[in-house]
Design a protein around this ligand. Structure first.
Ligand code: F3S
Length: 416
């Protein structure tokens, strides 16, 4: 691989332990992927901060980097962790879990990462520009900045993103290159009414599974889908398949026309997304058995202020059933805004817990066991990505439905 003089100095250790370790990782990854050189990156979003996802190997790797003085060279934001930092014990999380989580957060903090603690940094101020090379983790975030903003990142794993943060470089392959961003699978969208978290999620989940065959191009969307719903669409698309980028003709920046989106070529595959396909996505995810409801869960990706307002409007004046635990998850900064707006008070009065900093899939395993002992065995969600992940993360088979169905389940304690 070609390396500039500065990159060689990093590799030789002249620019510190962190830069050396990062460049070693970059070169190893670049050689494995056939990259010819590095590209300068100046934006990084990291996962791996939660003790659940870092596990022992990640914990040791990141704390050692921090102990040895490694520093991030570029704007680096951070993902969710394994508990609500302001309400740790309120949720029933243990003190030793908190201690370990704090150690890991502090390691990233000492390296210079920003404690944003959100999986939607692109909706909270970390907003890459069109064409900017980045190194980002997190499903919705990757698909959003590539597709909606036209920035450039691969679907990074923890070590690769950390390496980019420590060096300001990433190996040039994949979605950093023009040719790999062009669409080749055309989806004619005939289903209208996509403007809700649930419907955007269904569409993303359905087309995501075809993304292994090429980048998706959606044609026929003329409805305004706000950025919160786009986040849901992106997260779902990147969950059912390897979506890193997709295009929406006439809407996303690399798809002003169908011809441009397809790079002037014929699609390799043409599909249609209508009512039948929508129902397919719902039926695939809605696998809960029985009608008992123990837990209603919303917020994956984390809810934004407008999403929280939608829950408020749907539940105001109602009361969550005494046997049901109802969580919505968000970032601490959005929770602060929701408090100011009076939404948190309304939700709490109705029996909803507004959880910040974490999500169902990042809770420590021991905590899930504790929840099981408290009788939490069945879950209801309107989040597409979470419905996909819950069987593997929380060992429950979810009921999956729209906001109104979830609210009804929360209030009655029954799934109908
Ligand atoms: Fe975010 Fe957790 Fe979902 S990190 S995208 S809320 S699985």
């Amino acid at each position: 691989m070609f390396l500039t003089d500065e990159e060689k100095r990093m590799l030789d250790g002249e620019m510190g332990y962190g830069a050396q370790k990062g460049m070693e990782l970059n070169v190893g990854l670049g050689e494995a992927m056939g990259a010819e050189r590095m590209v300068k990156v100046d934006s990084c979003h990291l996962g791996g901060l939660s003790i659940r996802s870092a596990e022992d190997a990640g914990f040791d790797f990141y704390t050692e980097l921090s102990d040895r003085g490694a520093k991030f060279r570029i704007c680096t934001t951070t993902n969710l962790v394994s508990g609500d930092l302001e309400n740790w014990s309120v949720l029933g999380l243990a003190a030793d879990e908190r201690e370990r989580q704090d150690k890991l957060i502090n390691a990233f903090d000492r390296m210079g990462a920003l404690k944003t603690i959100t999986c939607t940094p692109y909706l909270q101020g970390h907003l890459p520009r069109f064409g900017q090379h980045c190194s980002w983790m997190e499903t919705s975030a990757i698909a959003f900045i590539n597709s909606i903003l036209g920035a450039r990142t691969n679907r990074e794993g923890g070590p690769a993103a950390v390496a980019a943060g420590l060096t300001g470089r990433a190996p040039e392959f994949g979605l950093h290159l023009d040719d790999n961003r062009v669409g080749s699978v055309l989806v004619h969208v005939t289903m209208k009414k996509l403007a809700s978290l649930f419907e955007a999620g269904n569409l993303g989940y359905w087309f995501g599974k075809y993304s292994a065959q090429g980048n998706i191009v959606l044609d026929g969307i003329d409805e305004f889908i706000n950025n919160d719903y786009m986040a849901q669409l992106c997260g779902s698309a990147a969950t059912s398949g390897p979506t890193g980028i997709f295009h929406i003709v006439g809407i996303t920046p690399e798809a002003p026309t169908l011809e441009v989106a397809l790079g002037g070529k014929k699609p390799v595959l043409e599909l249609e997304y209508g009512e039948k396909e929508r129902q397919e996505a719902i039926d695939y995810l809605n696998i809960g058995k029985g009608d008992e409801v123990d837990w209603v869960y919303m917020g994956c990706p984390v809810l934004q202020l407008n999403d929280i307002r939608e829950v408020v409007v749907a539940i105001e004046g109602k009361r969550v059933h005494p046997n049901v635990m109802f969580w919505i998850t968000t970032s601490s900064s959005t929770k602060m805004l929701a408090k100011r707006a009076g939404y948190v008070e309304i939700l709490e009065k109705a029996g909803v817990t507004v959880v910040a900093d974490t999500c169902a899939c990042l809770l420590p395993l021991a905590h899930l066991q504790r929840m099981g002992k408290k009788g939490i065995h069945s879950v209801v969600t309107n989040s597409t990505k979470q419905a996909h992940l819950i069987p593997g993360c929380c060992y429950m088979e979810p009921h999956y439905g729209d906001l109104d169905k979830c609210i009804e389940a929360a209030v009655t304690g029954k799934w109908r």
